[in-house]
Write a protein that binds this ligand. Sequence first.
Ligand code: IDP
Ligand code: MG
Length: 156
Amino acid sequence: MEKTLIILKPDAIQRRFVGKIISRFEEKGFQIVGMKMMLISESMARKHYASHEGKAFFEPLVKYTTSSPVVVIAVQGKNVIEMVRKMMGATFGSKAEPGTIRGDYAVSNRFNLIHGSDSPSSAEKEIDTFFTREELLDYQQIDFSWVYDVSEGDVV
Ligand code: IDP
Ligand code: MG
């Protein structure tokens, strides 16, 4: 099982998309293992987006990320990192395919509602940045054996 970090960015909260976006991940079959609302500090935003430092959009991105509360979510599932990225859609709302979160609800090339980790190593780092160990919950989800076929031992 893999975990990934999702951030419902300030525009998602302001535009009241929190419920709709979380529903998509619940309906898909992922397990929520951590979730909280918070204001991202400037230092956290700079750390989170460190790979974009120096790019023209970096400062406005930090401003956007820290401008209003966000919801951070850790979700778990088999290959969840890649699947969440697919469900988010392309970075720019203007380019994202219909049927994806950004494709359905965003038009901006900056305000694009959602962040999702892009690799196992960034997922691990990002979950560590936003959650303490105690905030990540290990529990059995009741429909697990209907979301996956576990009858032969493997999770399929
Ligand atoms: P991602 O969120 O799809 O992983 P990244 O390339 O990691 O996309 O960029 C991080 C965030 O920075 C984007 O989600 C978007 O909010 C913003 N961003 C990326 N590229 C641009 C740009 O060219 N102009 C303005 N904002 C951008
Ligand atoms: Mg990225």
